[in-house]
Structures are given as C-alpha cells and as structure tokens.
Design a protein around this ligand. Structure first.
Ligand code: IVH
Length: 699
C-alpha cells in the first residue's frame, strides 16, 4: 500500500501538469493534450484530494470548479477602503489639462516648475475586486461593496482562470491586489448565445454579466462563466517594499503572474495623456473588451500620498471618459406598445447594432411629438447613441439615406391591443387608449386605480393581490371583483380563509359609493378627483352621466362664454359655466371613454344594483350663486373629514381651509381648535354634525 509520501508527490505532479495545460489551453491557445486526457488528470487529482483532504491546498486547480452553493455572501471589511474615482466631465483634451492644473494647484507648483509625471491606463468596465494573498496564496476575494465593507466572493473568484491562486516568485507576507473582473465582448456574445439556447435569461451587457457571475451563491455557476481580470493597483500590503511609482507597482504585479493590461503609458505632463486618450478613443472599438474611458494617475507614490483624498476620491487620479458612442442602424419597423396606463409608445425595431457595449435591437421613440420631431420612418437609417447605463436613443435620421417613397409614420387611431379609439389628453405627451376598463394591457392598472384609497377605497385589497387576481385571470375588469367568491380567494397562494374573508368584506363595503368616487374610480384619462367632482355635481346621477349629450354641453358652454364676455363689458355678473374647469380635450376624452362599447358594458355591470355597486344619487346641486363656504374643524363622530368634504362639495358648496369673514358655516366636531374660536369672534354660524346633515338634507 502506498504511503502518504508518494501520494503527496503525485498530487504535486498532477497540479503542476494541470496548471501547465490550463495555461497552454487558455493562455496560449495551444493545447498539447486532448480534453479527455485533461479531464482524466483532473479527476485523478480530485479523487486523491477527496481521499486525503490533508493533501488539498488552497492553490490546487481543483479549487477552480466551485463546490457546494452558499447561503449568502458574507460581508468583509476592507483593510484599506476601496475608493472611487472622480470623473472628468469634459470629454475633449481639456479633461487631461484640468486634471493636471488641479494637481499642480494642490501641490502649489509654480508655473515654471517641471511637469508632473503621470501614468495613463484603461478604465475597464467590470466589477472591482480586492484579492488578498498571504504568503503568495489567494486567501480572500472581496467585492467593493460600499467601499468599506464588501462581499466575500473567494470561492467564486477561485474559479476564474486569469486569477492566480498562487503568486509567482518571492511573495510578501500580505499583498492585496486590486483590479477589475470583466468579460470580453467575444466571451459575452458566446455566453449569451448559450444562455438563449438553454432558454435562460441573456445579460444586457458584459459588465452586468461579469458582476452577476461573481456575485453568485453557487460557485459552480461562476466556474462556467468566461471571466477575465486585470490588476490596476494594490491595497493593503505587509512586508513588501513598495516601489517608487505606480508603473513599477504594476510591473511587479505582472512579474508575480498577475494579469496587467499592456495598454499603459507614463507621461511627463499632459502631452502623453491627451495622446493616449485620443489614441485609445480611436482603438476602443477594436479592443477585445469594453472600456469606460481612461484613467490618469500621478505616477509617484510619494506624490499620491501628498495629494491625499477628498471624501472617497483620491486627488491623484481621475477618470476621463469618451463622448457617448454613436452608430447607424436600419429601422426594420415601428411597433406601438401599450403600457399599463394605456399610454401608446412607438418603438423602432432595428437591425441589431452593437453600440456603447450592448447590442441594441429596438429603441423607444417615446411619444407622438418625439416621433414627429425626429420623423423616423420604416426603412430609414438612424443614428443611435448610447452612453453608459443610459437607454439607447435615436439622435437623428440620415436624410441622405432615406428611401424614396418612405411614408411618414402615424400613430394608430385605435389601440393595437384592444382596438378602442385613442385620445391625447391635454398637457400630456402621451397618446392613450380609451378602452381603460377592458384593454388587456391596462387590466392591472385599471384595478389598482379602481380599488385605491381615493377611488373605491377597497381596504383589504392590496397591490400584490390585485396584480395576482389579474394575472390569474380571476379579474378581467373591476366589475369581476363583485363576483369573486370566498373559496376562489382562499385558494390563492399566501391567502388564508381569514384574510380572504376580510377581502370579501372590503369589497362588500365598497358597494355603497358616491358618484364622484365612482366616476374617479373608472380611470378615465384626464379625469382626476377634482374633475370627477365637477362631473358628478353637474349630472347628479350615473344615468345622467352615461346619457350626457356632450356636443350639446360643449355648445352651451361656448354660448355662455360668449354671453359672459358681453356681460362683463356691460358690468354685469357672469353666468356660471357648466363644467367650469373641464376643458374641451377632457370632455372629448370622457366622451370617447363612455362611447367605447366595452367600457360601457363594464360600467353597466359595475353599476348593476343587484350584483355591483350602488352609486348614490346626489340631490341636485345648489345653483352657483347660492353656494356657501364651509370650514371643517375637529373630529366628527359619523364621518371622516374627507367624507364631510365630499358631501358638502357634492351639493355644490365649497370647503375652505381657514375661517374668514366670507365663511358661511364652520362645522365643528370634537376637539375643535382655533378655527372654532375664530368663528365665534367673527360671528360665523357654527354647525355640529347633525346640523350639517340637516342643512344638506342628508339623514
Ligand atoms: S483606480 C484610487 N484604475 O473604476 C482609485 N480604477 O470609479 C481606485 N476601474 O471601482 C481605482 N479601471 O473598479 C482604477 N485602471 C483603473 C480602473 C479602475 C476600472 C474601476 C474601479 C473602480 C472604479 C472607480
């Protein structure tokens, strides 16, 4: 039987062979053995380490395959904070000049003093990481987090082949390497292709893919992701004599086997920085990985120390970005999407184009005005811009490339989801579908609005449940709420018999509604609470509202307006205008909404006195000249302040916030305060709750 000694040796031989073949395969693209042979070596080492755990080392290549998933990523306090970096906003050469000027000012250098030496390098677009090596072994990897506390991602990071598990050469007791984990464009495309084939979610860009892959609970997942790494500095070090310059720090890391990007220069003064920025700007499209700009750093570590920090940003470094990237793309079509609120959004479908680090296949044209302004047509070639995380946008249309006969795009007159007519509400850029109570795209929104506190106020019905009811198909329109049964609700996820009962009770309680609330709850575009009150006051009953002759009202309004102009000239008091405050566009929106047959069906079902809501018919409002002003104070026993306010307003009276000589009544409840005193001072009539009900004819 072989003792531990030969096994120890065998493990060492296997490790070295595996590392070498890894390098040949991944680093040099020149494998010497087949994948199957490689797997045999690997499995032999795994088996050996499983039998003799004492043989397993932290730098064994078997560590790179992950292991069991974690429950959570543990917090790690950084030995030295991980800083962020100031961004120079001027994307021209002034970016470098401004930075130099600031550095020289901080250092109080005379204009004649020699140039400061800078290092320039790329700003990699990935995820910042701190790699702690103790006696040359990778012992901990942590994300940046908030700069002071990051997350422990050691096991995930061990699976990244670019990152050495053991440093080469004479390693210091402790050295923290700082750098960026990222994904090359090619790896990103390939991985997304694979994700799509597996029916899994594709990532939007290489940075998100890199970050998502590192911040994983299951290291085996990270192990399958093609991640790369470049170092750009060091963190805490112990027992290591720091070189004099940043450049030499990176050279030393490189010598230890840590990947360091070769695109870096040292420049006395700004000349080399400007040149580097411009050159990398030209080359960046051809780089295998995405960059976020370039970084300039004072090269001397002694100067870095002298310059220090402001807040969490060093004064000795700056990021210098590039203007947002632009590309041209062909418009394959223009689709119109309907959002939850019924807003119609035109979206240009593009022939896929890679811009600003992502493949863009469609771009929003926002709304009708924007569409007109840019005049995007199907078949056009458009200039697309995308910067950083910002959503892509159409900058302009290449008029010179427009095909003859390309037709101007018009917003549809009917909703592409439900075929209801569309309207434009004044003061809004959006074109909206009028089938609000019925349109599939708007079901969730319609229900959330309907049950809301200021609408039907169905207390037990939360947002989550409302969404669930629509998604399960139990509620297609708010009218379906009143047909829900206890058993249906109780069968839902996270719903007990008791809470289902509460919801049913809330729905029951909402069956008794005032007209203004009901009108508001319908969610008619442009009809907020105030407009709903005005409408309710004019019509008095739901039947009158549904039967309104809008053309006639509009005509009357117009006549009265003209009459009032004449009266004013004659010095006479104006006549009240019907629906004052409701403009022609809102009236048109209401008319369209009520005309839409599907909406009408829902409203009739909703207001069926047996199976739906009983909408209270208001007593006819007082003529405008007889409207009184009320002020509410204190707590009433039988109604909330909101209810008292609606009641008063439903009769055509006004509610004011403070007592003055023009106040007609003060309604005082329990614990009435200074408003009551003021009413008594001014001799204003004070009512209690019963008095109010009496006055308004409401028992
Ligand atoms: S130096 C002292 N150099 O950019 C400043 N950072 O906003 C420490 N980054 O989270 C960073 N490339 O992950 C530095 N060549 C580079 C960089 C770089 C990318 C990232 C880094 C940090 C962020 C700063």
């Amino acid at each position: 039987m072989a003792g531990p000694k030969p096994q120890l040796e065998r493990a060492a031989v296997l490790r070295e062979a595996i590392e070498r073949h890894n390098r040949l395969y991944y680093g040099e693209d020149q494998p010497e053995i087949s994948d199957a042979e490689f797997d045999r070596l690997f499995q032999e080492l795994q088996a050996l380490e499983a039998r003799h755990p004492e043989l397993a080392t932290a730098d064994s290549p078997t560590q790179r395959v992950g292991g069991a998933p974690l429950k959570e990523l543990k917090p790690v306090r950084h030995a030295l904070p991980m800083l962020s970096i100031r961004t120079e906003t001027d994307t021209g050469e002034a970016g470098a000049l401004n930075f130099d000027a600031r550095v020289r000012r901080e250092l109080r250098l005379e204009p004649a003093a020699p140039p400061v030496e800078y290092a320039a390098e790329l700003k990699f677009d990935g995820l910042a990481i701190n790699l702690r090596y103790e006696r040359g072994l990778l012992t901990q990897a942590a994300t940046r987090g908030d700069g002071s506390v990051g997350e422990d991602v050691t096991r995930n990071v061990r699976t990244i082949r670019d990152i050495p598990l053991r440093l080469r050469g004479q390693a210091p007791p402790v050295i923290e390497v700082r750098g960026e984990i990222f994904m090359t464009r090619k790896d990103f495309e390939r991985m997304n292709e694979r994700q799509r084939k597996l029916g899994e979610k594709a990532f939007v860009n290489p940075r998100n893919a890199a970050a998502g892959s590192v911040r994983q609970l299951d290291p085996a997942v990270t192990a399958k992701r093609p991640l790369s790494f470049f170092a750009y500095g060091v963190g805490f070090v112990q027992g290591w004599k720091l070189p004099a310059s940043h450049k030499e720090v990176l050279d030393a890391l490189h010598a230890m086997g840590v990947p360091v990007d070769a695109h870096r220069v040292v420049s006395p003064g700004t000349g080399g920085l400007v040149e580097f920025h411009a050159r990398m700007g030209r080359e960046r499209e051809r780089l295998p990985f995405g960059i976020d700009g370039v970084v300039y750093k004072a090269n001397s570590l002694q100067l870095q120390e002298q310059l220090g920090f402001v807040a969490r940003e060093p004064r000795w470094a700056v990021a210098h970005k590039y203007p947002a990237e632009e590309q041209t793309a062909e418009v394959l079509g223009i689709d119109v999407q309907v959002g939850r609120t019924g807003a119609l959004t035109p979206v240009a479908r593009l022939k896929p184009v890679f811009v600003g680090g992502v493949t863009v296949t469609n771009v929003t044209l926002h709304n009708e005005d924007e569409l007109r302004r840019k005049d995007v047509r199907v078949g056009d070639t458009v200039v697309i811009r995308r910067a950083g995380d910002v959503i892509p946008e159409v900058v302009s249309v290449r008029q010179d490339l427009r095909l003859p006969g390309a037709a101007e795009f018009r917003m549809p007159e009917r909703c592409p989801e439900c075929d209801a007519p569309v309207v434009r509400v004044p003061g809004e850029a959006a074109t909206r579908c009028t089938g609000g109570l019925y349109c599939r795209a708007q079901r969730i929104q319609a229900l959330l609005h309907f049950k809301g506190r200021r609408a039907m106020d169905i207390e037990g019905l939360g947002d989550k449940l409302a969404e669930q009811l629509v998604e399960m198909g139990l509620v297609k329109s708010p009218a379906d709420l009143y047909a829900l049964e206890l058993a249906q609700l109780a069968a839902l996820e996270r719903m007990g018999e008791k809470s289902a009962g509460n919801v049913i009770a809330s729905i029951e309680a909402s069956r008794d509604a005032t007209l203004p609330r009901f009108v508001f709850a319908l969610g008619i575009p442009g009809v907020g609470e105030e407009v709903a009150k005005v409408l309710a006051r004019l019509f008095g009953s739901l039947d009158a509202f549904l039967g309104a002759r809008w053309e006639q009202i509009a005509g009357e309004k117009e006549t009265i307006r003209k009459e009032n102009v004449k009266r004013k000239r004659r010095g006479e008091a104006p006549v009240p205008v019907p629906l004052e405050g409701v403009g022609p566009e809102i009236m048109e929106s209401v008319r369209q909404f009520l005309l839409e047959p599907h909406n009408r069906t829902v409203i009739l079902r909703l207001s069926d006195p047996k199976n739906g809501v009983r909408v209270r018919t208001e007593s006819p409002p007082v003529p405008a000249g007889e409207a009184k002003t009320f002020v509410l104070t204190g707590t009433l026993a039988g109604m909330t302040r909101e209810e008292a306010k609606s009641l008063i307003e439903s009769r055509g009276h006004k509610v004011a916030g403070s007592v003055s000589r023009s106040t007609d009544f003060v309604v005082a409840g329990a614990e009435a305060g200074s408003k009551l005193e003021r009413a008594q001072e001014l001799g204003v009539q004070v009512l209690d709750e019963a008095g109010l009900r009496n006055l308004l004819g409401k028992p």
